[in-house]
Design a protein around this ligand. Structure first.
Ligand code: UT7
Length: 341
């Protein structure tokens, strides 16, 4: 018997109806990076698994809301649901176009969703996982029926594409992907176990400073770092390897399942070596943990839903499967969302 770690027994379930994505057209290959910083295609591929990433043309108005709108539009078309049928829109992002309005309000306006609830959630790379858990809870209470969940980020605007910023420059790319959820009479469907965690102490390892006072260690201040991603790659790598494995284990235990009972591990794509370590630890076969980092790099909140959409497009997502969404990122944050489809 599966345990359900919500406080109240669910009166209804939640169905994953469809997904969609939007990728900027502009590609930034490892060879492009070689021409603006000291690095090499071979080094990047070996250390991260990445070959290329996409870059939004922010200066030409291609922003987080643009990608988010297109991703949800594609998902709604796949779901055969009209935008005015949505009653809640949740957008996971750490790179809104501007502090206000929220990305979710812009998406709602662009798609013609009407006066629905529209909320942005910032948990960096873990944002989509947090948002899926919140969406499930809000649907189960009976408050909302048809929910658009989007992961969207344009992080490359905060990257220094010189040798000085190469640690982060090689990793990140821009993208958006979305999932449409609907309340269902089948109470077996939906999230069956979840974890959401944070550790503010670790924020110093991955942050974007706006001014000198934002530097945790004042000695690290350098004007070139302002408004650019600052990352202690090795510290984040160690955190990610240990928390990723811990959260998989705890989520499986909460659900009373083993790794064999999960059909797809839908993982945040941060570094192929982190994913490989988790795969080996739990004996997960390659076909159950899709790696697409070579094409897109680390796309922050869009990363996990991009994997889901790729699996769905390939016909590999089927009713009756169990899928575990997983991510870790700045904050520091990490979490899981295990779903019965
Ligand atoms: O969503 C969560 C966000 N972030 C992450 O998950 C990031 C996790 N961390 C990582 O993925 C890795 O730490 C990186 C890919 C960022 C860096 O890889 P690493 O194996 O930890 O490299 P390192 O910083 O330990 O540097 C190793 C060597 C150094 O040279 P020496 O001192 O051994 O001669 C660096 O100077 O590689 C050099 N190096 C580079 N060389 C070419 C560092 N960055 C680069 C580069 N190109 N971009």
């Amino acid at each position: 018997m599966m345990s359900v770690n919500t406080h109240h027994a669910p009166r209804r379930g939640v169905r994953v109806v469809a997904s969609g994505k939007c990728l900027p057209e502009t590609r930034l290959t490892n060879h492009d990076l070689e021409s603006c910083m000291e690095t090499s295609h071979e080094w990047i591929l070996k250390r991260t698994g990445i070959t290329e990433r996409r870059r939004a043309r922010w200066d030409e108005g291609e922003k987080t809301s643009t990608l988010a709108t297109n991703a949800l539009r594609a998902a709604m078309q796949n779901a055969n649901i009209a935008p005015d049928q949505l009653d809640l829109l949740l957008v996971a992002t750490m790179t809104p176009d501007t502090p206000t309005p929220s990305v979710s309000c812009i998406v709602s306006r662009e798609l013609g969703c009407g006066n629905i609830a529209a909320i942005d959630i910032n948990a960096a790379c873990s944002g989509f996982i947090y948002t899926m858990n919140l969406a499930d809870a809000m649907a189960r209470t009976g408050m909302y029926n048809t929910i658009g969940v989007i992961g969207a980020d344009c992080i490359t605007q905060f990257i220094d594409y010189s040798t000085y910023g190469r640690g982060a420059a090689i990793l990140f790319g821009d993208a958006a992907a979305a999932i449409v959820l609907q309340a269902s009479d089948d109470i077996e469907l939906g999230m069956i176990a979840q974890r959401m965690h944070s550790e503010g102490e670790g924020s110093k390892h991955l942050f974007i400073p706006s001014q000198q006072i934002d530097f945790p260690d004042q000695e690290d201040y350098d004007e070139r770092k302002l408004k650019k991603v600052q990352m202690n790659g090795q510290a984040v790598f160690k955190f990610a390897v240990s928390k990723f494995q811990e959260v998989i284990e705890n989520t499986l235990n909460d659900a009373g399942l083993t790794a064999d009972d999960v059909d797809h591990f839908i993982c945040h794509q941060a570094n192929s070596r982190i994913l490989e370590a988790a795969r080996e630890r739990f004996g997960i076969p390659e076909e159950k943990l899709l790696v697409n980092i070579h094409k897109y790099g680390n796309t922050v909140a869009a990363s996990a839903p991009l994997v889901f959409d790729e699996l769905r497009e390939a016909g590999r997502i089927q009713p009756g499967q169990r899928v575990m969404f997983l991510a870790f990122g700045a904050g520091l944050t990490w979490g899981s969302s295990l779903w019965q489809l």
